[in-house]
Write a protein that binds this ligand. Structure first.
Ligand code: ZN
Ligand code: ZN
Length: 143
């Protein structure tokens, strides 16, 4: 169901349905920005995010968002990187590194399972708690 929202980009009121909270006009502008950034990092894979931003006139926050959304991909050699929201290691796109995404997926499954086990027995819940703690301390790097 469409709702009236303020566009995050130009602050104009528009009918919001799904996706990013921006109006149609801004969506097009963002597509253009995305295309500029995509072509630039393809042609200059060694460019830093500041260089990309300067050359394409796209704000760095938007470039980071493209990366976080997993739309923009940079090469392994690129100085552009994000930090895993869980362990802080350098990643190229999305929110978590491969290791953490896997662990988080397993954790989610365990959480669901321990919730069920809670009703059945206490001992199973205990063992999954221990697993959780070990994982918290595992490969956490300070930058
Ligand atoms: Zn707008
Ligand atoms: Zn991680």
């Amino acid at each position: 169901m469409p709702e009236v929202r303020n566009c995050k980009r130009c602050k104009r009121i528009f009918m919001f349905t799904t996706g990013p909270q921006i109006c149609e006009a801004c969506k097009k502008l963002e597509e253009d920005d995305f295309e500029k950034v995509r072509l630039f990092v393809r042609d200059f894979p060694g460019a830093t995010i500041q260089e990309v931003s300067r050359e394409t006139e796209v704000p760095t926050q938007l470039i980071y968002r493209f990366l976080k959304d997993g739309r923009l991909e940079v090469t392994e050699a690129s100085p552009i990187s994000l930090q895993c929201e869980n362990c802080g290691s350098r990643i190229k796109s999305g929110r978590f590194c491969v290791t953490c995404s896997k662990k988080l997926a397993t954790d989610m499954m365990n959480a669901g399972r321990s919730l069920k086990d809670n009703i059945k027995s206490d001992s199973d819940t205990q063992s999954s708690k221990d697993g959780g703690l070990r994982y918290m301390h595992n490969d956490r790097k300070d930058k």
